[in-house]
Design a protein around this ligand. Sequence first.
Ligand code: HT7
Ligand code: ZN
Length: 866
Amino acid sequence: PKAIQLADYQAPAYEVTDTHLKFELNDGYTQVHSVLTLKQVGDGNELVLNGQDLELLSIRLDGNELTTDDYVLGDETLTLSGLGASHTLEISTQIYPEKNTALEGLYRSGGMYCTQCEAEGFRRITYYPDRPDVMSVFTTEIIADAEQFPVLLSNGNPVSEKTEDGKKHVVWHDPHKKPAYLFALVAGDLQVRDDHFTTCSGREVLLRIFVEPQNVDKTEYALDALKRSMRWDEEVYGREYDLDIFMIVAVDDFNMGAMENKGLNIFNSSCVLANPATATDAAYQRIEAIVAHEYFHNWSGNRVTCRDWFQLSLKEGFTVFRDACFSADMNSSTVKRIEDASMLRTVQFAEDGGPMAHPVQPDSYIEISNFYTVTIYEKGAEIVRMLHKILGAEGFRKGSDLYFERHDGQAVTINDFVQAMEDANGVDLSQFRLWYKQSGTPVVEVLTQYDHAAERLTINLRQSTPDTPGQTNKKPLWIPVQLGFIAHSGEDIEVRPDQPDFWTEESQVLHFREAEQTFSFGGVIEEPVVSLFRDFSAPVRINYQHSQSALRFMLQHDSDGFNRWDAGQQLMLHWIELAEKGRFKLVKEDIAALHSVISDESLDPAMVAYLLALPSEAYIAETRKSYDPVAIHNGREQVLSEVAEALIEDFKACYERLNVPAEYQPAPADMARRSLKNLALSYWARASSDGIEAAKAQFKSADNMTDQMAALRVLVTCADQAEAQEALNAFYEQWKHDSLVVNQWLTVQCGSSRLGSPDHIEKMLEHEAFDWRNPNKVRSVIGAFANQALCHFHSENGRGYRLLADAVIRLNASNPQIASRLLTPLTRWKRLVPSQSHLMKAELQRIMDSGSLSKDVYEVVSKSLV
Ligand code: HT7
Ligand code: ZN
């Protein structure tokens, strides 16, 4: 397969001013009739339409039927040449949604039809210029059996509806120009929950969530989250919703989390449906964030869209930043920051260090679906956050206002976004733009020196970015370093460097812009503890060795919540390293520091839970040049047990204090209480049989999934195997009718470092609850195994790798997107200890040799084998 290059971008010769679509949904096949109004807008008289897996029935140009001599039908294109200034093009195709297991284009999920067109799914529906810079006004007619499919939806506003001869006909019209990737259609026997939102200018918007009938009682939270998002976007960005109706549909078979189709968002049911009995607090928070994310796309993505797919982070990075700020405002902002930064450091840093490393604005790809990555989304969001830090809240808002005003209705580039920020603030962001172009994680080395006599502190910073595939000799970046100095009293000392041009007082940010810079701070009367990169102000690795006592001090006193947490993580990383070498013993100062955290009732309990949680095995691996996953697992387990034993009375007391009867509420304070209570339970149960008994009692009596699942996880981790299995069996009997709960049940065991052995995974693949066609099930079993049960996945004989490779080979044929995403853990072979590394590489090679690979899988495997 051939790589697509950013440098080859050419504007389209024709725009499609209007697109009329007629869908006739029949049992087993669907006919699509399109009428396109074409207008020449660029150089050339050639029109290239994309098409994939289509049966072409007919083409007419300006009313005349064309024959095969009039066009060129390629593998995945249909080209018309010698065209004039304007035309009407009519095309009929036949497609087979029932056979579509890739879940791109139009497909069947259970009893309903739905679409997924981003990035290039529309070309599986009909021949069309399937590129985001072709924006058109869509009218969609849908005809289907009235009894089976009483609900027929598409983008925009409903125009007409009738039933004739047992067939239902509906027409939808979307007045907003949009690219084909934002097109959507849904047909099914669905129930709806309605609500209303009055916009800031007083317009009434009808809000509708469509779900399968058994899920109506799981829709309230998403609707509430939607209303909060709509209000927030008005208040924080001045963005009002622009149609009279906004719809959400839940579907069970979906490759990703959700899709922002104009006026008709389609959600993976796991990312929208919740009630207290079936959804955990984590699921509620995920739903709030994803509902907001998709809604925010209405402006950052739909009204202003991407010129081409190299600009993907234009909409995704900006929208993730927007949804993160929303979640921070709705919940604890510090906890949200810890969660996001921790995920970035674990997953995105690993991507940067692997064979698929790419810049936030890539310059080539083979399959665009492979580029919906943590780099595009999360690192992209970090770049926008740095702009916010550099420009300040007001400057950033001026920039975003200008961006929306300038580009409303257009398909634009990342550069246009940065330009708007520049123009609105009169600042030169040329160097800052490098963040989009350079891949890899920058490393910042820090040296500090204190001169007591001169009352002066100097900070020397050096930056470098390692080579990544296709990129060497990287230039220095503009890195915002948010700083704090902490006195012995635990209070912050006011800081100000002698170089005012490199300092922003409002955000306490030092602007580090050269390969090496030294900053000095005068009037510092005592040697402070330096708190660097507060609020994780830049997505970099920091090389700075705080002493153990400084880390304990920061864990107890840093006024910056993120660095307070990170100090604890650094301490714990050190403990785990010692444990791996057989030299770990928790000293009394460590116990005192942890004790002071757990007994500080003035702290947010959610924060305490994070402060007491050990770094994940995946993050520990990420901090090492080369790693042995089993040694990491054993070292971490030892530290967990020692902490549990040393603080057993604290954990027991904490659990008992927080385990109060209360009606379940998905509200921040309640979630925080549950998170600390369940963390305390997990430690307590590790150290004592009383803790296990408490977990059993909680498992039986819980009236909400957060507590029930937490107790089940504790039993799976700490109870003896028979008791763990008994709890799992009881859980399945209780919940086997609810597929989303069953997925959680699959995850808790397949991701378990106790139960998730290859034997167990093979058993679960045969279980009645498993289904290869459903991505959520595949993720719950194979994804959980390969990403969480690391000591089993990396079993010495390479069986875990073989199991994953077999799954990839199987899914390559049915669902390439899922196959390609699933194979990520196999791409990390170079960083493993040699004994594991060659076993993993051999499995990659086996995939490569397994026959005809999809573009998705081919790209990842071939780049990984280099
Ligand atoms: N913009 C959406 C991306 C998406 C997607 C991409 C490729 C294949 C399937 C997909 N489903 C959704 C999701 C979002 O970022 O909001
Ligand atoms: Zn998005």
